[in-house]
Design a protein around this ligand. Structure first.
Ligand code: MG
Length: 486
């Protein structure tokens, strides 16, 4: 290894250690921490993040003195990954970062209240300030084409408005056609009684435990806990954790959130151990990460073969399934119908919810619309694409936490996840793996195509290398068509 890189990696170990501490503090905050610990924890996390920033800036001299053309691909990946964070910290003045933190922590509290009162006007001023500070950040980060580009780039390196416009254009028109036909045919759009049926938490805990075994999650490197919003976190390379939640009814919600987060965890767990403690030992972008969770959740988890695979576990633990055939459970897992809430959306309508948020974010950051126009725009879009109109702000514009937390540019990566999962599916015949439910073989395929690279290559380069093209929605559309319309 290049001696300069070796030296940089040695310094990086401090950042790696802080990341570990930070992940553990956050994980604990969401799972087991007594309520009153929240203030001290918040302060500790903020201080750690400042330390992290300091260490990154200290590293920047060494990183900039490296001659890129002398490096192999792994080393170049290390430098590229470090430079992204260094660029962020050197471009955004500390007072902006601090203002952003204060504003968004306050805005999250206000958003919660606005949502519970279903009153957008309470949140409007905060959203306005959040858009303004994001515009400042985007300007500082710099861009060639569109001011929204650098914000998306924070989550999906190299993905631009030009890319997004073309992707969503095709995805929207294709999905709309499929969706209209599904509703017309009325086979997948009839609600199942299971959506309302209550389960005992201890029964579903057993089911999830069994699912994790079936997915062959390594017990000595992985665990599952409970939190109000499910997430995956990597504490270290050999300690990856997910959470799920139990709402007490509609058991597919907790089941698929467990499978989804397991998909994120498998990505983390399969990154080669030779990358341990390096900045490339993680998923390369939010979109690629989401492609892994969606692949397991939807393409595998909602398949007929998977239903067959887990049917005995479900029947054994959930007594109310006594008279339900595999086919009825498959329909229940795959209901497609209008819903106002993104997180409840099915595979077909989900991308409408994302396209709507993308359009609004892009317009806000480009100052093409005013914050006060957002609720109306939102509702019009819902009516146009999904055929239903929110009756109030809480089931419309106020439903997601993301904007109050300051993130603009994140939403599109949800659809990129679906699109890339579609590419993985469309470029390989999974019949053999599914017929035998060969989890090892599926994992190996994902390793070969995605996991083994860590974040050596930027997302587009990774996609070109493994699939010969970048974010192409046609595979997802073909899959949806075949699944729901034939
Ligand atoms: Mg996810």
């Amino acid at each position: 290894m290049d001696p300069k890189i070796k030296d940089i990696l040695k310094d990086y170990e401090k950042i790696w250690a802080l990341n570990q501490a930070n992940s553990l503090l956050n994980w604990d905050l969401e799972t087991y921490m007594p309520k009153n610990g929240v203030e001290a924890r918040g302060l500790a996390i903020a201080n750690i993040s400042l330390l992290r920033q300091t260490f990154f800036l200290e590293l920047s001299k060494k990183v900039s003195s490296v001659k890129i053309d002398k490096l192999d691909e792994t080393e170049a990946g290390i430098v590229r990954t470090l430079n992204r964070t260094i660029h962020y910290y050197t471009s955004i003045p500390p007072e902006i970062i601090e203002k952003f933190e204060t504003l968004t922590s306050k805005a999250t509290v206000v958003w919660r209240e606005a949502k519970s009162k279903s009153d957008f006007s309470l949140f409007r001023k905060y959203l306005n300030d959040i858009v303004e500070i994001n515009v400042i950040i985007a300007e500082k980060l710099g861009y060639e084409d569109n001011i929204y580009d650098p914000l998306m780039d924070l989550y999906e390196e190299g993905f631009t408005v030009r890319d997004a416009d073309s992707v969503f254009d095709r995805l929207l028109s294709g999905s709309r056609e499929i969706y209209n036909r599904i509703i017309e045919e009325n086979i997948f759009s009839t609600p199942s009684r299971l959506e309302k049926i209550k389960y005992r938490e201890k029964d579903m805990i057993q089911v999830n435990k069994k699912i994790i075994e079936l997915l062959e999650m390594p017990p000595d490197r992985f665990r599952i806990d409970v939190s109000s919003h499910p997430f995956t976190t990597e504490i270290s390379e050999d300690d990856v954790r997910i959470t799920t939640r139990y709402e007490g009814y509609n058991f597919k919600a907790t089941l698929f959130s467990t499978i989804h987060e397991s998909g994120h965890a498998i990505y983390q767990l399969q990154i080669p151990s030779k990358f341990s403690r390096m900045p490339i030992a993680r998923g390369v972008s939010s979109g690629i990460h989401e492609s892994q969770s969606r692949f397991w959740e939807n393409f595998i988890g909602r398949s007929k073969e998977f239903v067959h695979f887990i049917y005995p576990v479900l029947k054994y633990n959930l007594p109310f399934l006594k008279n339900y055939t595999e086919d009825r459970i498959y329909r229940y897992f795959n209901t497609v119908r209008p819903s106002l809430i993104r997180v409840d959306a099915d595979e077909v309508t989900y991308n409408f919810h994302i396209a709507l948020r993308y359009e609004i974010e892009k317009k806000l950051i480009n100052s093409e619309i005013d914050v006060k126009e957002v609720p109306e725009l939102w509702n019009d879009f819902m009516e146009k694409y999904i055929g239903i109109r929110p009756k109030n702000d809480s089931e419309g514009v106020l439903q997601d936490i993301h904007w109050s937390g300051g993130s603009f540019g994140y939403f599109p990566t949800y659809s990129l996840g679906n699109i890339v999962a579609g590419m993985i599916w469309g470029k390989h015949d999974f019949t053999g793996e599914l017929d035998n439910m060969d989890i090892k073989a599926i994992k190996l395929h994902l390793y070969e195509k995605v996991h083994k690279y860590g974040s050596i290559y930027e997302p587009k380069k990774l996609l070109m290398k493994s699939f010969g093209e970048t974010y192409n929605p046609d595979y997802l559309l073909a899959y949806l068509k075949k699944k729901f319309l034939s």
